[in-house]
Design a protein around this ligand. Structure first.
Ligand SMILES: [Zn+2]
Ligand SMILES: [Zn+2]
Length: 183
C-alpha cells in the first residue's frame, strides 16, 4: 500500500490537470494522498480538492516562507480548521534559513503556534526545516517540555545531531531522494 504523505495538489502547476494527476497516482498504486497546506489563507482551496477526491486528505498550516504573511493565525484558528473530517495533520510549518523568505522571528512564532495546535489536537505536525538545525532542535526540546506532541521532520536535509535530538523526543524523520544529491 502506497501513501503519498506530502504533495501540493493546490499548486497552480496542477490546476489544469488535477484529475489526471490524481488518476496517475492511483494507477501507480497510491491509495491515499495528503495535500499539504502552505497558507491558511488558501485552505479553502485545499479543502475543496479533498472534497473532490475521496482518497485525498490534507493538513492545515503556514509554510515558513509565508510566516510573515499570516502572523495573526492563532493555535485556536488552526484547531478549529482541523475539525473538518479531511484534515489529518498540521503544517507544514518550521524554519527555512536557506531562503530566509520570512523574518526568522516570524518563522519561530509560526512553528510554536503550530506545535500548540498539534499538542491540543493530537494530530501530527509536518515540520519543514532547512539549514536551521540548532534553532529547530532548541524549539522542539523547549516545546516538548511543555507537553507532548507528534511531528515529522519532512524531507530531512539536516545533520546527524538534529536527527538524533528529534528521535530522542519521539519524533519522526523522513528521508527522500534529496538524500542522494551530491552536495
Ligand atoms: Zn511541502
Ligand atoms: Zn517542506
Amino acid at each position: 500500500m502506497l501513501v503519498d504523505s506530502h504533495c501540493h495538489l493546490d499548486f497552480p502547476d496542477f490546476a489544469n490537470e488535477l484529475d489526471a494527476v490524481v488518476a496517475r497516482a492511483r494507477a501507480a498504486g497510491v491509495v491515499r494522498m495528503v495535500t499539504v497546506s502552505t497558507r491558511v489563507a488558501r485552505h479553502r482551496e485545499v479543502l475543496a480538492i479533498t472534497e473532490r477526491f475521496a482518497d485525498v486528505f490534507c493538513s492545515v498550516g503556514t509554510h515558513p516562507h509565508y510566516a510573515h504573511e499570516e502572523p495573526g493565525v492563532t493555535a485556536d484558528d488552526l484547531v478549529a480548521r482541523t475539525r473538518h473530517p479531511k484534515v489529518v495533520a498540521l503544517g507544514e510549518a518550521g524554519l527555512d534559513y536557506h531562503y530566509d523568505n520570512a523574518p526568522r522571528e516570524a518563522q519561530e512564532r509560526g512553528l510554536r503556534t503550530h506545535i500548540d495546535a498539534a499538542r491540543a489536537t493530537g494530530l501530527p505536525l509536518i515540520i519543514h526545516t532547512r539549514e536551521a538545525d540548532a534553532d529547530t532542535a532548541r524549539i522542539l526540546e523547549e516545546e516538548m517540555g511543555k507537553g507532548a506532541f507528534s511531528a515529522v521532520l519532512h524531507c530531512f536535509t539536516g545533520g546527524r545531531e538534529l536527527a538524533r535530538r528529534a528521535v530522542a523526543l519521539g519524533l519522526f524523520v523522513s528521508f527522500t531522494g534529496i538524500l542522494t544529491f551530491k552536495s
